[in-house]
Ligand binder design. Structure first.
Ligand SMILES: [Fe+2]
Length: 208
């Protein structure tokens, strides 16, 4: 996908994630916050025809190709698009709390147990200072958990995010107010493990 970037529709209804995530939150989050990043990115790229054939991933990884005066705004807005698209796709309403098969085995190897994985991801999300995300990433074929501020994206030649939770206040405040830990706890009900597991398998097949 290249310029002009198009808004991805939510892969489920606005009400699909209730009661864990309200319709009101999802509507604002997708239709206002995410859409604003898409529009802003297109607005910036309108002035740079030579960047218009770059994919979202290329804009985030090939920063040498970006003009100095637009580097920060492209990184922030391309990050806002990429991060939100992954966040929305990583959720569904199946209420399957556990990963399966190869991903479950890899999580056990990396973290010791599924419970320990959840504790570490939850800790990264709750303790991220201010706005940002907590991530399950694949780094050189190994699973790791990290947190990033603002719209930073942990994507590079050897690192690919598998799963993320948005901990900006706009992701939970209308329903949870200041109780980020409650939002994070409930978000575990929403993980689309089929998507994350398939993404893991496809990345593991690629050469390092
Ligand atoms: Fe967000």
């Amino acid at each position: 996908m290249h310029y002009p970037f198009e808004v991805e529709k939510l892969p489920y209804a606005y009400t699909a994630l209730e009661p864990f995530l309200s319709c009101e939150i999802l509507r604002f989050h997708h239709d206002k916050h995410y859409v604003a990043y898409v529009n802003k990115l297109n607005e910036i790229l309108k002035n740079y025809p030579n960047l218009q054939n770059m994919s979202l991933e290329e804009l985030l990884t090939d920063t040498e190709a970006l003009p100095n005066e637009a580097k920060t705004s492209i990184r922030n807005n391309a990050g806002g698009v990429y991060n939100h698209e992954l966040y929305f796709t990583c959720m569904n309403c199946s209420d399957s709390e556990l990963p399966t098969d190869h991903l479950a085995a890899a999580i056990n190897v990396a973290f010791g147990s599924i419970d320990q994985f959840k504790a570490e991801l939850s800790g990264a999300a709750v303790n991220q200072f201010g706005s940002g995300y907590a991530w399950l990433i694949l780094s050189n074929k190994s699973l790791e958990i990290i947190a990033t501020p603002n719209q930073d994206t942990p994507i590079s030649a050897t690192v690919t995010p598998l799963l993320c939770i948005d901990v900006w206040e706009h992701a939970y405040y209308l329903q949870y107010q200041n109780r980020r830990a409650d939002y994070v706890d409930n978000w575990f009900h929403l993980i689309n493990w089929d998507f994350v597991g398939a993404r893991y398998m496809s990345l593991m097949k690629e050469p390092v």
